[in-house]
Structures are given as structure tokens and as C-alpha cells.
Design a binder for this molecule. Structure first.
Ligand code: SAH
Length: 256
């Protein structure tokens, strides 16, 4: 009998934001394959003898996607019930779709367990609603991983700016200068509020804010590093009015 692989989202990192189903599967499965994105609290709670870190190898190198796929296949063929634990929602970036396709193509039963994505939750815990009746009636989730100057760039920044809605960038710390310039070049207002939420819902969460024009400097001063989401749009200023009620706030010098 081939075992089932559950592609499970961990949510953004706070263990209380795991779904009931995710928590139950983590308790009952034979083995958990995870990387670092579920955050220290969830990872530390996993039973050592049943969990494998596929984020980094001993040498500090990343395990390749092909190796992860092969390991999932191997475990399923041993008849194991496998949880592939992925940060946030399993199908929002992070290659969950590719893993599901690979397993399905090899006849392995797959079940997807959706979860709270950092694209919504990290802004939310920083006091930023991704939509707001007064500010944004749409929201786009985009990867910041690509070079916006590349001819074949899959992200159309000009079209995104034209929607007037909120833009949430994932994997976008390193290339922040590139896509903020790309947006400024389309004529987007340099005063547009921008927020960076680093390790949202983790115990050491940080938030830094600025504008389209200043945010690169803010990032550098605060030394914001991945994982972090970038929120671009008027909604980012909502944070100021919601600020007083926020918990776990770690202020960052150089914001504003
Ligand atoms: N499936 C994930 C996203 C995977 S891509 C989800 O739904 O959240 C990895 C990117 O997710 C990171 O580079 C970062 O932009 C974002 N991310 C994941 N967890 C985060 C967190 N706790 N706080 C801020 N950003 C996070």
C-alpha cells in the first residue's frame, strides 16, 4: 500500500494559527518533512524522531526540489503517512503545486490542507488590512524574486500599479530596490505607504514602515531580512490608527 502525502500549510508561524486539521495530522502522521519557514515555535514542537529538515543539509546547502520530491515518493512507497509541512498556505508560492503534480504523476495519493497565508496574516498582525473600503478594493500577491528589468519578467509591475489596489510582495527583501524603482517608473506616487513585516507572528516579529521612495533606506537601517512581506499601498498607513491595540510590537528605529 502506498501511503498518503498531506501537503499541509503551517500558517505564518504562531502555533495557535495552525489549523485543527494540521495539528491533528502532525500528531498522527508517521513522518514530517519541513523546512525553516514554519518558524521556530512550530518546528521546535515537532517530535525529533519523526521529523526531517529538508530545508538545509549538513553542509548548509539547500536540499533541491528534486531531492525533496524523491524523498516524499520513497516514504509514500514505504506505506508511510507523510506530512509535507510548508510555511503559510501550501499553494501560495513555495512550490506546493509542483510537489502535488509530481506525486500525482507517480500515483501517490495527495491531500492538500490549506492554511493561513503570510501574505494576509503578516500584514494583519502588523495592523494592516490588505483590503479596505476606503483604500483598496483589490489585492495582488506577487513574487519579488524576479529581476523586474528582465525582458521575460513574469510580473507586470506597470499593470499592478494601474490597478490601484494593494500589492503584497513575497520573497521580496533582496530585490526591493528593483521593484520599487520599477513602480516609481510607472508613475506611482513616491509617497505611497510601504510596510515591511519580518517574521510575522514569530516571537521576534518586526515591522518597518516608509514610503515607496524611502523604504529601501528603511530596510537597510533596520536590517530587515527574509522571511518578510512587503505591503505597498494606502492600506499600509492604516497601521498608524490601529497601532495602539497591537500586541507583540517591536518598534524599529528608522521607520516612518
Ligand atoms: N506559502 C507561503 C509563502 C512561501 S514563499 C505562505 O503562504 O505564506 C516564502 C515567502 O513567504 C517569504 O520570502 C516571505 O515573503 C513570506 N513569508 C512566509 N512566512 C512569513 C512570515 N511569518 N512573515 C513574513 N513573511 C513570511
Amino acid at each position: 500500500m502506498v501511503g498518503t502525502v498531506y501537503l499541509v500549510g503551517s500558517g505564518p508561524g504562531d502555533p495557535d494559527l495552525l489549523t485543527v486539521k494540521a495539528a491533528r495530522l502532525l500528531e498522527t502522521c508517521d513522518v514530517v518533512l519541513h523546512d525553516k519557514l514554519p518558524g521556530p515555535e512550530i518546528i521546535d514542537s515537532l517530535p525529533d524522531e519523526r521529523s526531517e529538515d529538508v530545508g538545509k543539509r549538513a553542509g548548509g546547502e539547500r536540499t533541491s526540489q528534486a531531492e525533496i520530491n524523491e524523498r516524499l515518493l520513497e516514504l509514500a512507497r514505504e506505506g508511510k503517512t507523510v506530512v509535507r509541512l510548508k510555511g503559510g498556505d501550501p499553494f501560495v508560492f513555495g512550490r506546493g503545486g509542483e510537489e502535488a503534480e509530481f506525486l500525482a504523476a507517480h500515483g501517490v495519493p495527495v491531500e492538500v490542507v490549506p492554511a493561513v497565508t503570510s501574505a494576509v496574516a503578516a500584514p494583519a498582525v502588523a495592523g494592516i488590512p490588505v483590503t479596505h473600503r476606503d483604500h483598496a478594493s483589490s489585492v495582488s500577491f506577487v513574487t519579488g524574486h524576479e529581476d523586474p528589468t528582465k525582458e521575460e519578467s513574469a510580473v507586470d509591475w506597470e499593470a499592478l500599479a494601474a490597478t490601484g489596489g494593494t500589492i503584497v510582495v513575497l520573497m521580496g527583501v533582496g530585490r526591493l530596490p528593483d521593484y520599487t524603482s520599477a513602480l516609481l517608473e510607472t508613475g506611482m506616487d513616491p509617497e505611497t505607504p510601504v510596510a515591511l513585516i519580518e517574521r510575522g507572528t514569530w516571537p521576534d516579529q518586526r515591522v518597518a514602515t516608509g514610503t515607496l521612495e524611502t523604504i529601501v533606506e528603511v530596510r537597510d537601517e533596520a536590517d530587515i531580512s527574509p522571511p518578510a512581506v512587503t505591503v505597498i499601498g494606502e492600506v499600509a498607513s492604516t497601521r498608524e490608527t490601529v497601532l495602539e491595540v497591537l500586541q507583540n510590537e517591536v518598534p524599529v528605529d528608522g521607520g516612518e
